[in-house]
Design a protein around this ligand. Structure first.
Ligand code: C2E
Ligand code: CA
Ligand code: CA
Length: 704
């Protein structure tokens, strides 16, 4: 017990002290400090606890009103003093006030001061006494709470508190009210179901279960309906709490409109073709699978149309990819415009489109659609200044007849499409079982060929061409061979036709061309005199728009004399597009290359074109030579071709010469050049090297 001053007016000091002592004893267990101010004597008393609160020892603090005033925070001093002072003046019996005082260590502490004022019978104030409580912690907590409440209130995350039983809104922060467009009063009249119109029974059940078990958090995605009726997606995180004595939940909702938009876009990108905007392979597969599932139930049929553009590659190669892309976009639009809403059309890649027709009653419907598509492509496409004629080849597979899985339907529709191509394009074909085997071989072969091209599994054989009168080597024909890793050497008749269909032939032709010029240069540097070597060029290669420039580049790169190379193009290939052939062959001839027409006699070339073609040589097709001297017609044709060549001042060579009778007939007709097994089969490089070293000797040996 610490008495700073014990004299007081009006009350004997002993009474006062005794009272205080008792009081102090009574509340010694409390945390409050006690003070007393005796007004008449102007003395003060403070308890030990008060000194503890402000950090002083008994001998360090001399109690007085001024000492107390000095401790007060400048912002609070006037207020604190006047509250007490005014209470005394106004004769109010009690007062309480909060203020800050400086702790001995220098920091501020919050005090809650409750004072009682004792008046004498005349109404004059005698004693003011009170309790002081350190409420610093409490104030800090309150401030913290206020700060938190402000954060919650201002947060852009939507925060709601909901009565867990009635589902009514009890609280919503500014973010929530702003998003929804309601005032708090309006919202408090609503329930969760009003704001989440798409909420399902399942979701409410999950919510109820959540309330009953101890899971701390529940998350889900739902949709909020604004006051103006618009709807937006939110991601909700729900936590249990007690609010205003009620079982409640607090819900933190984040508007995920942008996130959902981004997700939707990603999903769209993953399932659609960026060029045409059509569904892509992935989505088509899904739809096909769904279609199959539904159709299985309804016992109806669906048709899968595998649509491939004819000659698209040519457009791409000759006019460039940007024109090709524009064409694909227009093609997609045209196809789409011909279909029903419910049909699915997808771009599978390149120039391939797939169409799914469901709810079919009979195959006539499919035929009608296929025919409609083909007819619609009679009208050309106008792209920039180019009028492009494009046709379609369509393969059709029907579920469940031609396949029960998406994979088998896709495969069989693809097979049927190839059949349509082989039938001359611009047509449709239904899948039949017989197609499958051939197509399988094709697919295997095509894949193997692609690998072969990548791995350069090809080599060049050379077949000598002879002047049969002077017995001299006048030329060689370069003939490609495929050295298959397991099947061995494969002859070109077995793979060139497929390569021509698929466009792979270009790569092969270029490979042979480059191999030949490399070899020619090698022989020249070795001082070996070689004749002109003929390279076969297919129609596809002839149509390639950079053919001339690329061949020129190769010739220049290898420093090869162009006159030692000849180009062979078959008559029928020339006749597929004679105008283009005249132009391209003219440019090749201008490069210095010799030009031969291969398999002559089979391509029905008109004389008028033949005159215009910049050619040097005709090669009589081996089918006419084969039956000499037994087939009169063949002999007549051979003779005519030789005469024709002489008239046009062209060289003429017979191929496939196997017998002396054939050779004799040719000499009689005036055809002095020949190629055939009678002289030599196509030979590999080693064999041809030997021949080149001992040319004359070798020819004599062959002929004897
Ligand atoms: P082709 O251009 O008419 O070539 C002549 C073919 O007749 C060669 O067959 C040759 O081996 C064969 N042959 C030569 N003399 C005789 C003979 O006396 N009797 C018989 N029965 N056949 C003879 P090969 O090498 O199998 O080539 C077949 C076809 O493949 C070629 O016919 C040509 O159209 C094509 N081909 C070969 N190499 C290439 C190439 O590099 N590019 C292109 N585009 N096609 C090529
Ligand atoms: Ca040839
Ligand atoms: Ca030939």
């Amino acid at each position: 017990m610490h008495v700073v001053s014990s004299s007081s007016v009006g009350l004997p000091a002993s009474v006062c002290i005794q009272n205080i002592e008792r009081l102090e004893f009574a509340i010694s267990s409390s945390e409050d400090g006690i003070w007393e101010y005796n007004i008449p004597s102007n003395t003060t008393y403070v308890s030990k606890r008060w000194l503890e609160i402000i950090g002083y020892n008994e001998d360090e603090y001399e109690s007085s009103v001024d000492a107390w005033k000095k401790l007060l925070h400048p912002d609070d001093a006037e207020m604190a003093f006047s509250v007490l002072h005014n209470s005394i003046i106004n004769k109010v019996e009690s007062a309480h006030v909060r203020y800050r005082v400086r702790h001995k260590k220098g920091h501020w502490i919050w005090i809650y001061d409750r004072a009682k004022i004792l008046f004498d019978p005349a109404g004059e104030p005698l004693i003011v006494a009170g309790f002081r409580t350190d409420i610093t912690k409490q104030i800090e907590l309150e401030t913290h709470k206020e700060e938190l409440a402000t954060i919650v209130q201002n947060s852009s995350v939507e925060i709601y508190i909901i009565d867990a039983i009635t589902l009514h809104y009890l609280y919503a922060n500014d973010g929530a009210l702003k998003s929804l467009g309601y005032t708090l009063e309006e919202l408090q009249k609503l329930t969760v179901i009003d704001i989440n119109p798409e909420i399902t029974f399942d979701q409410i059940n999950i919510f109820r279960q959540y309330l009953e078990n101890i899971t701390p958090e529940l998350t889900n995605i739902s949709h909020h309906k604004r006051k103006n009726g618009t709807i937006y997606p939110v991601q909700a995180s729900v936590h249990k709490l007690t609010y205003q004595g009620k079982t409640a939940v607090v819900i933190f909702d984040t508007d995920i409109t942008e996130l959902t938009f981004a997700q939707d876009q990603l999903r769209h990108l993953a399932t659609h073709d960026p060029l045409t905007g059509l569904p892509n392979r992935v989505l088509f597969h899904d739809r096909l699978q769904m279609g199959i599932k539904q159709t299985r139930r309804n016992e109806e049929k669906i048709a899968l149309l595998f649509v491939d553009l004819d000659n698209f590659k040519q457009v791409n190669d000759s006019l460039g990819h940007s024109i090709g892309d524009l064409l694909l976009v227009k093609v997609a639009k045209r196809l789409q415009s011909l279909l029903r809403e419910s049909d699915t059309i997808a771009r599978m890649g390149g120039d391939e489109f797939n169409i799914l027709l469901d709810n079919l009653e009979n195959t006539d419907d499919t035929i009608n659609v296929a025919q409609k598509l083909i007819n619609a492509f009679k009208e050309p496409f106008m792209i920039h200044d180019h009028l492009l004629h494009i046709t379609l080849s369509i393969g059709i597979a029907i579920y469940p007849d031609d396949g029960k899985t998406p994979e088998s339907l896709l495969k069989n529709a693809d097979i049927a499409m190839y059949k349509a191509k082989m039938e001359g394009r611009n047509t449709y074909q239904f899948y039949t079982n017989e197609m499958s085997e051939k197509a399988f071989e094709r697919v295997v072969m095509e894949n193997a060929l692609r690998i072969a091209i990548k791995e350069k599994q090809f080599s060049v054989f050379y077949q000598p061409q002879i002047n049969i009168v002077s017995d001299s080597l006048v030329g060689m024909e370069a003939l490609v061979r495929w050295n298959h890793p397991t099947l061995g050497v494969i002859s070109p008749d077995a793979f060139i036709p497929l390569c021509e269909e698929t466009g792979l032939v270009q790569e092969i032709d270029f490979f042979v061309f480059e191999s030949v010029i490399e070899q020619q240069v090698k022989w020249q540097t070795q001082g070996i005199d070689t004749p002109t070597i003929a390279v076969n060029i297919s129609a596809k290669t002839l149509a390639y728009c950079f053919l001339v420039s690329e061949l020129r580049t190769l010739i220049n790169f290898h420093h090869c004399k162009p006159t030692c190379i000849a180009i062979e193009v078959t008559e029928s290939h020339i006749m597929t597009n004679p105008k283009q052939a005249i132009k391209v062959l003219g440019e090749l001839k201008a490069l210095g290359l010799e030009i031969s027409v291969d398999d002559f006699g089979t391509g029905y070339s008109s004389l008028s074109y033949l005159k215009k073609l910049p050619i040097d040589k005709l090669k009589i097709d081996q089918s006419f030579i084969h039956d000499i001297p037994y087939d009169e017609d063949d002999m007549a044709i051979t003779k005519t071709i030789i005469t024709l060549a002489q008239n046009l001042k062209l060289e003429v060579i017979a191929e496939g010469v196997e017998t002396f009778e054939q050779q004799q007939f040719l000499i009689e007709c005036g055809c002095l050049l020949a190629q055939g097994y009678l002289y030599s089969k196509p030979l590999n490089l080693d064999q041809i090297n030997k021949i080149l070293r001992t040319k004359q000797q070798w020819i004599k040996e062959q002929k004897n």
